[in-house]
Design a protein around this ligand. Structure first.
Ligand SMILES: Nc1ncnc2c1ncn2[C@@H]1O[C@H](COP(=O)(O)OP(=O)(O)O)[C@@H](O)[C@H]1O
Ligand SMILES: [Mg+2]
Length: 237
């Protein structure tokens, strides 16, 4: 199996090489844990280190907001966009309608329309990396678990055939797993846990099918240069 380095040195060490090429890996965690920062880092490092263009699909933050917040990590997304290395797909005004559909202002979307928009964007810049922030929207489109599971699996399969390596963000608390996490090939969890008056950030590769990854929680910090992961330091228990 061919592994694709994320380009984030600490994470590649935790993964013993990287994410299997073309797979979808879930990054989950609480608000403020660093999910968006880590996934933008995955795209920017992919461009800078491996010349692999990337796409960010946003269901949360509007373009202007994301570009501005990412500047504080030294990521200049405007510049990468001008060089045709980066594309932002803005679905931040989307509204789930049920029965497999969502609306974006006047336009109705369903999963096939979304995958078509993705395919066009991927072809446009020859993208090799994709981020979906968050993937949670897909479960909002369907009304029962059978439909949700079926459509997740179908969606993962479609993006695999697009040949992009994907980070899909899942928003959640610490103690349970979501259906996306059971179905995906890989899960990376980010923590932002409180102990007394302090909070400590951490990262854990929970599963990565086919990869002999490190186990356990390791320190993660968010800095002016994005996320920094310390793969050789055990977290205090
Ligand atoms: N320049 C910076 N230096 C250090 N930490 C920062 C900086 N900018 C933002 N942060 C931290 O990053 C957090 C946001 O991370 P983010 O990736 O958006 O989290 P998530 O997507 O998991 O909700 C902020 O809550 C803040 O604590
Ligand atoms: Mg976020």
């Amino acid at each position: 199996m061919e592994l694709q380095k994320t380009g984030l040195p600490g994470l590649d060490k935790l993964l013993n090489g990287g994410i299997p090429k073309g797979w979808t890996c879930i990054v989950s965690g609480e608000p403020g844990a660093g999910k968006t920062c880590l996934s933008v880092g995955f795209l920017v490092e992919g461009i800078k280190k491996f010349n692999e263009p990337g796409i960010f699909v946003s269901f949360n933050e509007a373009k202007k907001e994301l570009y501005m917040t990412q500047e504080s990590f030294g990521y200049n997304l405007n510049e990468l966009e001008k060089e045709d290395k980066f594309l932002f797909l803005d679905f931040s005004y989307g509204r789930a309608l049920g029965q497999g559909q969502f609306a974006l202002q006047q336009k109705k979307f369903d999963l096939p329309a979304l995958t078509k928009a993705l395919k066009d964007a991927i072809n446009k810049i020859d993208a090799k990396r994709l981020v979906i922030d968050p993937l949670t929207i897909i479960s909002l489109l369907f009304d029962n678990e059978r439909e949700i599971r079926y459509n997740f699996l179908r969606f993962f399969d479609i993006i695999r055939r697009f040949g992009v390596t994907t980070i899909a963000i899942v928003e959640k608390g610490v103690n349970s797993y979501s259906v996306e996490e059971f179905l995906a090939s890989g899960i990376i969890r980010l923590y932002n846990e409180r102990s007394g008056a302090k909070r400590q950030r951490g990262i854990e590769v929970v599963k990565m099918r086919g990869v002999n990854h490190k186990r356990g929680v390791f320190p993660l910090s968010i800095t002016g240069k994005g996320v920094v992961i310390s793969p050789d330091v055990e977290m205090p228990s």
